[in-house]
Each structure stands twice: as C-alpha cells, then as structure tokens.
Design a protein around this ligand. Structure first.
Ligand SMILES: Nc1ncnc2c1ncn2[C@@H]1O[C@H](COP(=O)(O)OP(=O)(O)OP(=O)(O)O)[C@@H](O)[C@H]1O
Ligand code: SF4
Ligand SMILES: [Mg+2]
Length: 317
C-alpha cells in the first residue's frame, strides 16, 4: 500500500500539491494544464469564507490585524486558517510563534503549522512562504509570474483541511497578488470579503483607500475598515492622546462607502504580542486591545456566508 497517498484525494492524480513540487513531475505523463487550478478549487470548497485583510499602504498593521482577528475568531470556536500572502515579508510565522518552523511535503500537500492556546478549541492553521525558505533571512526576488504561482501554491498546495474562515494577510499594494487572489476567488471560490486597514494620517489614508476602489472594481465586498494606531492610552495616568493627526478618516471612508468597524490603539501589548508569537487578544481578553478588536471579530464572525449583503452594513461593494 502506498502510504504517501492521502486516503481521500482532491486531485485526479492523487497528489494534492502543485505540479512544481511534484517528485514525479519529470516523468509524469498526465495532462497538467488544469491540475493546480482544480486543486485550488477543491481546497477552497472546504473553506466557509475567505477574509482578505488589505491596504495599499505598507506598515499600517495588516499582519497585526490579521493575526489578532484570526485568534479572536478561533477563540469564538471557529476553525480558522491564516494564509500569509506576503512573499517579501512573511510575518505570520513570527506572530504565531512559529519562527524557524519548516513544513513537509506529502501527497496530502504542504503541511500547515498550527498554533494552539487555552480557550481555542481548534488550533489555528498557518500557511506561509516562511516555512518553505532555507532560512528566515532569505530575501525573495521573484518575477511576477512566480508571485502568481505563489498565490496558487498558498491556497492550493497547503493542506488547509476544513475551515470556517481563512484569513488572508495581504502584502501592501493592490498588484499581482491581489489580482491573482481575486481571480482565484472569482473562479468558484467561497464567499469572500475584505477588511481594510489604515492609520488615521492623511498620507496613509490616501494610499490605503485606493484598495477600497480595487475592491469595488473586483466586486469584493468590504466588511469594514479598521483604523489602526488610533490613539495611545497612557499606562501611567490612563489619559489618551493621538500620535497621528486626525485627517478626517471617517469622512474619507464615507466617500468610499466604507464603514469603520474598529479603532485599535497604538498599544505596547500588540507589538510585544507580535514579537513573542502570541496574539494580544488572547493574552489580555479583558484589556483595551481585546475590547477594541471585539467589533471587528464580531463583524467578521457574523458575516453571513449566505447573506453577505447583511454583513456589509456600512460597507461598499
Ligand atoms: N496598534 C498597534 N500598536 C502597537 N504596535 C503595532 C500596532 N499595529 C502594528 N504594530 C506594529 O507595527 C509594525 C508593523 O505592523 P504590521 O507588520 O502588522 O504592518 P503591515 O501593514 O502588515 O506591514 P507590511 O506592509 O510590511 O506587511 C509591527 O512591528 C507591529 O508589531
Ligand atoms: S506532476 Fe502534477 S499531475 Fe503529475 S502526478 Fe505530479 S502533481 Fe499529479
Ligand atoms: Mg504585513
């Protein structure tokens, strides 16, 4: 008996990974033209909903929001995956304490690595390019065609299993990765929606909100926007102040037809949680950060797969 074969396969050939990873590819006589696409479709058919966390701007907190959103959804009992779509700066391995972890390839695909914590019934599954690199310091210099392939490998070759929600942490920008992801989702994928992340500053808004227009062009509903780094609470006197000037974010969002669903403070526990590999919403469930994330987690969890319109209250199409 061939124990490298999964008991129930998603692919016609029995190998649930991309042809480019396949040890028998050089001698494989099969028609490979539709293999990778069919595999992505089969994988996504086992995912309840896809949540795309994006912004046109770098460094505004997409990965931080993705990790804490995913952890918050998992703490509510959902089966959650985090797909790290950032090729140049894959951070989710660090945010979930998986730095240095590597994955094996079997006929079932690439292993996901898991994050378990008290209060999470189903360990989170994480898929990232970081698990495939020789070492964590390896810089990636890929042409756009490889970036296109990577999105397919991320969604199709990682063995996501059955998930209620797959959170996709996007790189900055609305280029190749975003277009490829939208194409994949349009190709019979599960219900999908976006969460837009921005900081209050005018320069961040200007860039971040471009992503809203791309979502509108691709008919990807936006569940809502997250204002990150929205003020600081002083740990000594509990007074609050703003680091970034208020540049009228609410009004700018209204122009795009997007509602703000959460305002996350600039908080040391978020930065510490990212570095230490434990999302802050889990470690301080009653703290200001968890309270700030609660409406976002609520909105995404409540995003009805069969009635997406109900979930985009205040959001745009
Ligand atoms: N609200 C916050 N409070 C404190 N630190 C934060 C907060 N949001 C993000 N950070 C920190 O800021 C840095 C950038 O955040 P993050 O990596 O999430 O941004 P990003 O948008 O994903 O960046 P990139 O565009 O490079 O992918 C990280 O070090 C993170 O820990
Ligand atoms: S090369 Fe592709 S089609 Fe052929 S066995 Fe491998 S994964 Fe399957
Ligand atoms: Mg990031």
């Amino acid at each position: 008996m061939d124990t490298t074969q999964p008991t129930t396969t998603l692919s016609a050939c029995g190998r649930d990974h991309a042809c480019s990873f396949c040890p028998v590819a050089p001698s494989c006589p099969l028609d490979k033209s539709d293999h990778d696409r069919a595999l992505v479709r089969a994988r996504l058919s086992r995912v309840g909903q896809v949540v795309v966390v994006l912004s046109n701007k770098g460094g505004v907190g997409k990965s931080t929001v993705s990790a804490n959103l995913a952890a918050g959804l998992a703490a509510r009992g959902l089966r959650v995956g985090v797909a790290d779509a950032d090729i140049h700066g894959p951070n989710q391995s660090r945010f979930f304490g998986l730095v240095g972890a590597r994955v094996r390839l079997s006929a079932a695909g690439l292993e996901t690595r898991t994050f378990a914590a008290d209060g999470i019934a189903h360990p989170l599954r994480v898929g990232s390019l970081a698990f495939l690199m020789e070492d964590d310091a390896t810089p990636i210099v890929w042409r756009d065609s490889y970036k296109h392939d990577f999105i397919h490998h991320l969604l199709g070759s990682f063995d996501w299993g059955d998930l209620d929600a797959l959170v996709v942490d996007m790189p900055p920008g609305t280029g190749n990765e975003m277009i490829t992801l939208c194409d994949v989702l349009d190709d019979g994928g599960p219900p999908a929606a976006a969460v837009l992340v921005t900081t209050p500053q005018a320069v961040a808004q200007m860039d971040s909100l471009k992503a809203a227009r791309v979502c509108a062009e691709r008919a990807l509903p936006i569940i809502g926007a997250v204002e990150n780094m929205a003020g600081v609470v002083c740990p000594h006197c509990s007074g609050s102040f703003h680091v970034f000037p208020d540049a009228g974010l609410d009004a700018a969002l209204a122009v795009e037809g997007v509602g703000k669903i959460a305002a996350i403070p600039l908080a040391p526990e978020l930065a510490i949680g990212s570095d230490s590999g434990r999302p802050a919403v889990l470690d301080h469930p009653d703290g200001a950060v968890a309270r700030a994330f609660a409406p976002l987690i609520e909105a995404v969890a409540g995003w009805a797969a069969d009635d997406p319109a109900a979930a985009v209250a205040g959001g745009a199409r």
